[in-house]
Design a protein around this ligand. Structure first.
Ligand SMILES: [Zn+2]
Length: 237
């Protein structure tokens, strides 16, 4: 038998739960899965390859379906920073209109954080009217919409909003939406007025996300660019 390279082990915290997990860095066979998926430029393929890599590399028991989008992204970035090195080079365009300058910017993967985590937790309860209030939760991997649920952009938003409602309180009664048919939760969302619906959208838009403040000076025009990267796709463009 030829020798096999021993990989070190590390620990990290799952952002949404605070739980500690053990992982090994990803190696060439996993990098290959990612590169093949990136070539397809298909979001579903890329997401699938990311979850596959996490399944391979995380050694603690972990239910991928229960993880939030930002958990998946943070775990992946952490694996990546321990695997391919702690930095990634991005080519960023100057944000000044009419300037065609672009700069190589070095991104330190270990400085990426999850933004809005605490604020979002504190704002998960929404008052709909005097009788009804709801508790929201963050989108999980498992909530990925099937084809029938994303006929149009509006259907997608309404269905995602329905997935994000965890509990409905009506007078003395409490309804856990996981025990109700999805179409009834969708009907609940569709019965809201636009102000009430806007509060749900606000929670969803303010959900935690990977965040990194990039500052780079354009050599062409001298402008100091400041840009917040949010979400995994921003880190791979
Ligand atoms: Zn410029």
């Amino acid at each position: 038998m030829l020798p096999i390279i021993a990989t070190p082990k590390y620990e990290m915290i799952v952002p949404s739960t605070g739980e500690s997990i053990t992982y090994r860095p990803y190696v060439v066979k996993e990098e290959k899965i990612l590169l093949i998926a990136l070539e397809t430029q298909d979001d579903i393929q890329i997401e699938k390859s990311v979850t596959d890599i996490i399944k391979q590399c995380v050694e603690s028991p972990l239910n991928i379906n229960d993880l939030t989008t930002f958990d998946i992204e943070m775990i992946f970035i952490t694996l990546r920073s321990k695997s391919v090195g702690e930095g990634v080079k991005l080519i960023m365009k100057c944000e000044v209109e009419d300037c065609d300058g672009s700069e190589d910017v070095f991104l330190e993967l270990d400085k990426i954080t999850v933004s809005n985590l605490e604020e979002s937790k504190e704002n998960k309860s929404i008052k709909i009217n005097d009788d009804i209030s709801i508790d929201m939760r963050w989108l999980k991997t498992n909530d990925r919409l099937n084809q029938a649920q994303r006929k149009t952009g509006t259907d997608t938003i309404i269905n995602s909003a329905a997935k994000c409602i965890e509990t409905i309180y009506s007078g003395e009664e409490t309804f856990a939406t996981k025990d109700a048919p999805h179409k009834e939760v969708v009907a609940f969302v569709e019965s809201l007025n636009s102000d009430q619906f806007a509060k749900i959208l606000e929670f969803m838009q303010a959900s935690p996300a990977l965040s990194y403040d990039l500052v780079y000076k354009c050599k062409t025009c001298g402008h100091e660019n400041e840009k917040e990267l949010r979400g995994l796709s921003d880190f791979f463009t």
